[in-house]
Design a protein around this ligand. Structure first.
Ligand SMILES: Cc1cc2nc3c(=O)[nH]c(=O)nc-3n(C[C@H](O)[C@H](O)[C@H](O)COP(=O)(O)OP(=O)(O)OC[C@H]3O[C@@H](n4cnc5c(N)ncnc54)[C@H](O)[C@@H]3O)c2cc1C
Ligand code: FES
Ligand code: FES
Length: 1406
């Protein structure tokens, strides 16, 4: 290529012109922003377009139309060269604390929509881009804009409520802002609830949004673009060259010269390959500026779409085109628009091209089934300019991601033909999550019916074969048949045969996928049937159509009225027909539910809490919804997380070399291997210093920029931690026991080099048989010790007193923490005395200090651990963070320079463990009235390859399992299964959610066995005053359970809604509803006595400002904010005089992990004690000159030589449980709550929707209602994910298959209950705890069990319609697959499960 094509790379970032003469085309925009421009507001959460943390706005100017467009994009997938001559706006560009916050930033902060803040910049930028395009969006627009954003903390409600203030018709006053769920006491119905507030923020105080003040597109850039001549761009980097032709001829030349060059449009497919699979494409050719590829137009036969046209543009074009073209021609276009709504998130749709989707040829492409069913034609051209048309239907896809295009051909366009009047068309998609998820199975159907006789048809399925698959056999056999019931019967048989899958088919879930094929066809069948009855409407619409300028105007309205009148007439006749049992139509009304999608409704919510007393001082912030202390920094991108810290000059990066095998020897010394076989323990003791000879880093070390390979030989202290036989090594020596175990690490100049070199480290594995699942471990007796047992009463007596005894089993899957910020650390070696500073995103600085010191072989005082904030923790950073920081410390010590690492999402997910999967096997005895008499239960958890906190998690599960029920005779045994998956660990609730789920399961079994409602069984077994737990702990204030329960029943209108649910279920066969209420009694405190302690250090400076430090880590839960509120109240000064900077082992030592929900209980008391000491010291000055100010008293004390710093120390009294003697009190007090949830399920697909949730929670006197309600909502949605959606899948050899947000689905914005009401119980101070409050972080997560049992109720109803009664097993999570397969019917019956053991499944659950 000639040199005149060399170009200077230019773009504008936040209004600043960036010129780069040596741009590296292998870089993505995100790295460019973070590393080169040091704009660290945009975050790396996944690198695969799945979380939205990296969202920025890209603006471009179209010279031809003079239009400026703004789109949101995932900076992690945007090649830097793609934005040449465009303007990028990041979160830093729209506002800051210095220049003033943008209203979007202000509103998310003030509405309490930012907790850990790691997702916040991305959410801000999605909303900002929406507003730039639409100043007054609707709530649906707002929800749609967030399809590609995830938040793990907030539960989304506060974000949506904050942004509701930007929407149309938002003219509520502050107090009217939210709907009310006061039930019969509703303030609107005149009931009024004294002293109850429902206003967490005041929209009237928000800065008005004025679109005219937005930053403008850089005029200089417009000028440059106006003057620019179209020319071929070329940016050459070290390994990658970027070429951007402007016409086909240039493209042909490039392709001739570089036949192996890679074409790129949106880079959403390629970018994932590059970021995750580390594929390298040396020559990239961008197709975004070739006019022919970027044009979409209507033509005679249909709509012709250029291959590079983005999905968003197609959505917009088709939505407009559909309005102008007669409906009957647009049926496939409707299907495309409809499908695009469920295709990825907006950031992806804004750049992803139609050509990219076709050429990728994914078997689960959402568009290819539609293109095939509608008979689209592809136009391709070769490098000689020879064009040809290929019908996509039959000849295009040749195999898994392959097609019939020649290597020198390029896709030019796709033409979607119009449908004709007699054609019917519909597409379907079922995914794990409704929004932003790839399909499990999708389908498109087309049928041409003349007088109800099939003239032609297409049936195409995705997810059923290596390519999108046409059901040819079935299609050919039904031509000429009438569209009637017998066709349905025959077609399901044909499809079941043609779409059958072997039991080991890739992708797994074979029975479900096969059932979906039939379900989709059934839905299509009914839709067409319904439509046939409605075909007159098409004729009417045609006959009564009006030109746009028809006299009288209101043309759309008048035309709609014609159809509406006909519809009313149709329904009247239909009703009459059904009454007279005349078969004038052949769809039963109950069947209609099969064809209807879930109703979309704007989200509604209320939050109710006790108002502060009238006489409370105005500076006392306790009880007020004070904004999170770093919300503004988080919303502006100024909050610094570890990876945002400016690199030190001599800093290096470490990439971990992980084990790729679940169980293998990595040392070829025969003797050692024999010894390993003989006794696991011995090798730990004897050989931990021997070289792992099967690990060879020679090639990696030769790479320029690589400094060292680190492994166990570099560990100067102890490489082993934990108890013999069940502890773990930092770096594997002889044997690896899970995929993701650390073998070593490469230290290099930067991340890119380190990761590339780490992949070159050769490890030879001699594989051993792994144990992956709980069932495997039980079969092999692989358990950690001790196996715990709890007994109370006598179960034999209990069974003797029982009328009925049932046995059952339930399994719960694990849950990924999915903190948005992955595990990160930075080790800073000091020059002298082996001192090292560790900056870590960890929840337990004491533990981290100890681990690092042990690994380095130094005393603890040489190691300082500092923690500023975490981008989420949820328990996952309690213990599983030590490996990374300890490895960094070893490396830093060896190279004598700072070393950093932030794990990639996939690395994090496959190495750091999860919430434990549990299996429960129970036997329960009860009376015919449902009263529990005896329970025996064996709990098994999947602990993974080491002990970590598994024993404690099991203990918590056993201690809290009884929830709010009285169980007179009980035996619980807890087995921690040792397996070959990464060690599982703490996670919000610490075993309790799993245990409570088991309990509710046998409660639901009892209800069925006795023929009474679950609610009744729960009520009659609820703990009564004076009763104890089965650990003999008296539960104080037991009446509060009943209060929560009754308020929840009342506020949710439970009884009335139960009747409505019953009525709905009678009228609908294929959609079912369920409603469920769950109580909660949650013991609070660490049952290990020593952990119940905390410290604080409060320093008053001579200007009167206060620096507050305590032992608790801020990970989004608002702990620092609450501590500031406690200090403010105790010191009697305004909260803005108090600041918390960070935690450090050198300021507050020997802390406990921030966990068990007691962060504010423990640290709050320590803070209070320290503040009280200071108050006592200042008291003489205050008394002496009461009219003076705080600042004066402080100064006076200083000059009087009074110490102005104080420590506080607190230990919880009367707590601690001894397992050996089964004595002591495991909990300090109990937290109570109740939740009602109502759901609707689609019995044919297993999809579900939460219609409403009402929660009543006892938090004592709330310190901060916004934080407490935020914790309740966030925990509930995390629990909702646990019980309905989130699921890990493993290969039988122990590889995690669900490694990123693409495969592991968290709840998104649209998954939250349509109506979500939270009330804090009022007037219930808890005198035992600081400010009379109660713990809140974990308990509400368990309330999401209500959704699971509402789903189970709905399934019961479906099964009853199929004539099946009695209990059935529903494991958790209640995924779409499980719901569908539990709704047994004529379709699922066609696919019996293969016998286990006769095949190797594609995946297993642990
Ligand atoms: C987070 C996320 C969510 C997603 N969700 C979905 C989803 O819900 N449904 C779904 O179907 N897909 C989904 N995808 C897949 C992907 O986004 C789509 O396949 C997208 O349409 C690809 O378009 P692109 O322009 O980004 O392709 P690119 O990545 O630019 O290219 C993809 C391939 O097509 C080739 N190519 C592109 N244009 C041409 C051409 N004109 N001629 C010849 N070859 C060409 C490229 O060389 C490359 O091999 C998702 C991807 C991500 C990252
Ligand atoms: S980091 Fe880009 S989408 Fe997650
Ligand atoms: S605030 Fe959204 S991930 Fe933490």
């Amino acid at each position: 290529m000639s040199t005149d094509q060399e170009t200077q790379f230019i773009f504008f970032c936040n209004g600043r012109k960036i010129t780069d003469n040596s741009v590296d085309p292998s870089m993505m925009l995100l790295s460019y922003l973070r590393l080169k421009l040091r704009l660290t507001g945009s975050k790396l959460g996944c690198g695969e377009g799945g979380c939205g943390a990296c969202t920025v706005m890209v603006s471009s100017y179209d010279k031809a139309t003079k239009k400026i467009s703004h789109i949101s994009v995932n900076a992690c997938l945007t090649p830097i060269c793609q934005i040449h001559m465009m303007a990028v706006t990041t979160v830093e560009g729209i506002g800051s604390l210095k220049t003033g916050l943008h209203p979007v930033q202000e509103r998310i902060a003030k509405s309490h929509g930012s907790q850990c803040g790691f997702c916040t910049p991305g959410i801000v930028m999605s909303m900002y881009t929406l507003l730039r395009n639409n100043h007054q969006p609707t709530m649906s627009d707002v929800e749609d804009t967030f399809q590609g954003n995830l938040c793990r903390c907030t539960g989304y409600r506060p974000i949506l409520e904050g942004f509701r203030t930007f929407t149309k018709n938002n003219d509520f006053t502050d107090t009217e802002y939210l709907a009310c769920n006061g039930g019969t006491q509703c303030c609107r119905s005149g009931g009024g609830i004294n002293g109850i507030s429902k206003t967490l923020f005041q929209p009237s105080k928000f800065t008005a949004y004025d679109p005219s003040t937005e930053i403008i597109f850089p005029p200089e850039l417009i000028l440059m673009l106006e003057n620019e001549k179209p020319k071929l761009l070329r940016f050459t980097g070290e390994d990658v060259t970027w070429l951007r032709p402007t016409n086909l001829h240039q493209l042909f030349d490039i392709r001739k010269q570089f036949p192996n060059s890679k074409l790129v449009s949106g880079n959403t497919e390629l970018g994932v390959d590059v970021n995750l699979k580390k594929v390298r494409y040396p020559i990239l050719v961008s197709l975004t500026h070739i006019t022919e590829l970027n044009t979409v137009e209507s033509c005679d036969v249909g709509v012709k779409i250029g291959a590079s046209v983005t999905l968003s543009r197609i959505e917009e074009f088709l939505s407009n085109a559909i309005k102008k073209i007669p409906d009957h021609k647009c049926k496939s276009l409707f299907a495309i628009v409809d499908m695009l709504h469920w295709f990825a998130g907006q950031q992806i749709r804004n750049v992803a091209s139609i050509g990219g989707n076709i050429i990728t040829g994914s078997p689960i492409s959402d568009l290819n089934p539609i293109f095939m069913a509608s008979g689209c034609t592809l136009e391709v051209v070769d490098t000689e300019g020879v064009r040809r048309l290929i019908p996509i239907v039959n000849k295009f896809f040749t195999g898994y991601r392959t097609n019939s295009m020649k290597p020198n051909e390029i896709l030019i366009s796709v033409t979607v033909p119009y449908t004709n009047k007699s054609e019917h068309f519909k597409a379907f998609k079922q995914a794990h999550r409704r929004d932003d998820d790839i399909a499990i199975v999708n389908a498109a159907f087309r049928v041409d019916l003349q007088d109800e006789v099939i003239q032609s048809c297409s049936m195409v399925f995705g997810g059923m074969a290596p390519t999108t698959k046409l059901a040819k056999e079935t299609m050919s056999k039904i031509i000429g048949r009438t569209w009637d019931q017998s066709l349905l019967e025959d077609t399901t048989i044909l499809l079941a045969d043609e779409m059958s899958l072997p039991p080991d088919a890739p992708g797994g879930m074979v029975e479900y996928r096969q059932s979906l094929v039939l379900s989709f066809f059934f839905k299509f069948y009914l839709t067409v049937r319904q439509h046939c009855s409605f075909s007159e409407t098409i004729l009417l619409a045609d006959e009564m159509s009006l030109p746009p300028d028809a006299p009288g105007g209101m043309v759309e309205y008048r035309q709609s009225l014609v159809l509406s009148f006909f519809f009313k007439f149709y329904l009247t006749v239909r009703q009459h027909c059904s009454f007279s049992e005349n078969k004038c139509i052949n769809i039963q009304s109950v069947d209609m539910s099969a064809t209807l999608p879930f109703k979309r409704a704007d989200k509604r919510s209320t939050q109710m809490f006790q108002e502060i007393p009238d006489n409370q001082s105005s500076v006392d912030p306790v009880g007020r919804p004070m904004v999170h202390s770093s919300a503004y920094q988080q919303a502006t991108g100024e909050a610094v997380y570890i990876d945002d810290i400016v690199p030190f000059q001599d800093e290096l990066y470490m990439a971990i070399v992980f084990s790729q095998k679940a169980h293998a020897i990595i040392n070829d010394d025969l003797m050692q291997i024999i010894l390993v076989w003989l006794l696991d323990v011995i090798y730990m003791l004897l050989f931990f210093k021997l070289p792992a000879r099967c690990v060879d880093a020679t090639a990696a070390l030769r790479m320029p920029g690589v400094y060292a390979f680190i492994d166990h030989n570099d560990v100067t202290g102890s490489n082993f931690f934990g108890e013999l036989g069940q502890g773990e090594e930092l770096f594997a020596t002889v044997k690896v026991t899970c995929v993701g175990q650390y073998i070593g690490g490469i230290v290099a100049d930067n991340k890119e080099i380190a990761q590339r070199a780490a992949r070159m480290v050769r490890v030879e594995y001699q594989e051993l048989e792994p144990i992956i699942s709980i069932e495997d471990a039980i079969a092999k007796g692989s358990y950690l010790q001790p196996i715990r047992t709890l007994r109370n009463g006598n179960v034999s007596d209990g069974y003797n007193n029982s009328d009925q005894i049932i046995k059952g089993e339930i399994k719960l899957g694990e849950q990924e923490h999915f903190y948005l910020e992955t595990q990160t650390g930075l080790a800073l070696p000091k020059r002298e005395d082996n001192v090292m500073e560790i900056l870590s995103s960890c929840q337990d600085q004491r533990f981290m200090q100890a681990r690092v010191a042990n690994v380095l072989g130094v005393q603890f005082h040489k190691i300082t651990v500092r923690v500023k904030r975490l981008g989420g923790g949820f328990g996952g950073k309690e213990t599983r963070c030590w490996h990374l920081s300890a490895a960094l410390a070893v490396a830093a010590k060896r190279v004598g320079r700072p070393v950093r690492c932030m794990l990639d999402r996939g690395e994090d997910m496959s190495s750091t463990g999860t919430r434990h999967a549990f299996l429960g096997r129970y036997k329960v005895g009860f009376t015919n009235e449902g009263k529990i008499q005896a329970l025996e239960i064996d709990l098994y958890s999947n602990s993974g390859n080491s002990q970590d906190s598994s024993i404690s998690v099991m203990e918590c599960a056993m201690l809290r399992m009884q929830n709010a029920y009285y169980i007179p005779n009980v035996t619980v045994r807890g087995y921690c299964c040792k397996t070959n998956i990464p060690s599982n660990t703490a996670f919000r609730g610490f075993g309790t959610p799993q245990a409570l789920m088991m309990t509710e399961n046998w409660i639901s079994d009892i209800a069925l066995a006795c023929g009474i409602s679950q609610r009744k069984v729960r009520e009659i077994n609820m703990l009564q005053d004076g009763e104890s737990t089965y650990c003999n702990q008296k539960v104080q204030d037991l009446y509060l359970i009943k209060r929560c329960w009754n308020e929840c029943l009342n506020k949710s209108d439970y009884e009335m809604r139960q009747l409505q649910v019953n009525e709905f279920n009678r009228s609908n066969r294929w959609k079912k509803r369920g409603i469920s209420i769950i109580p909660l009694s949650y013991g609070v405190g660490f049952h290990a006595k020593f952990l119940n302690q905390a410290g604080a250090l409060v320093i008053i400076y001579t200007d009167g400002s206060v620096l507050l430090t305590h032992g608790g880590v801020e990970m989004g839960q608002g702990l620092h904010t609450k501590m500031i509120q406690v200090a403010s109240r105790t010191l009697g000064i305004a909260s803005n005089r108090i600041y918390t900077n960070e935690n450090s082992t050198s300021t507050v030592p020997n802390t406990s992990q921030t966990a068990a929900s007691v962060g504010s209980d423990l640290n709050g008391m320590a803070v209070k004690i320290a503040c009280e000491k200071l108050c006592r010291r200042l008291e003489p000055y205050r008394n002496r000159e009461p009219s003076k100010t705080w600042d004066d008293w402080v100064k006076a004390a200083y000059y009087d030589r009074v110490s102005l710093s104080a420590t506080g120390f607190y230990k919880t009294p009367d707590i601690g449980y001894e397992w050996d003697t089964k004595s002591g009190e495991p909990f300090y007090y109990f937290s109570f709550g109740a939740a009602v949830s109502e759901v609707e399920i689609d019995c044919l697909t297993g999809d579900h929707m939460v219609l409403r949730t009402d929660i009543v929670m006892d938090v004592g006197d709330t310190i901060n209602p916004a934080i407490d309600i935020g914790q309740i909502e966030g925990a509930f949605i995390q629990g909702y994910g646990l019980f309905t959606l989130e699921e890990h899948r493993w290969s039988p050899t122990g590889n995690l298959l669900t490694k990123g947000p693409g495969f592991y689905k968290l709840p998104g914005f649209t998954d939250i209950p349509v109506e979500f009401n939270v009330s804090l119980l009022d007037g219930v101070p808890n005198k035992k705890v600081v400010c009379s409050s109660k713990a809140i972080g974990e308990p509400p997560l368990c309330l999401a069990i209500s959704v699971f049992y509402a789903i189970k109720e709905a399934i019961f109803s479906s099964r009853r319609d199929s004539g099946i009664e009695g209990s059935f097993r529903l494991d958790s999570p209640a995924t779409a697959e499980r719901i569908r397969m539990a709704c047994v019917d004529k379709f699922t019956g066609k696919f019996p499960s293969a016998t286990p053991g006769t095949f190797t499944p594609f995946f297993i659950r642990s």
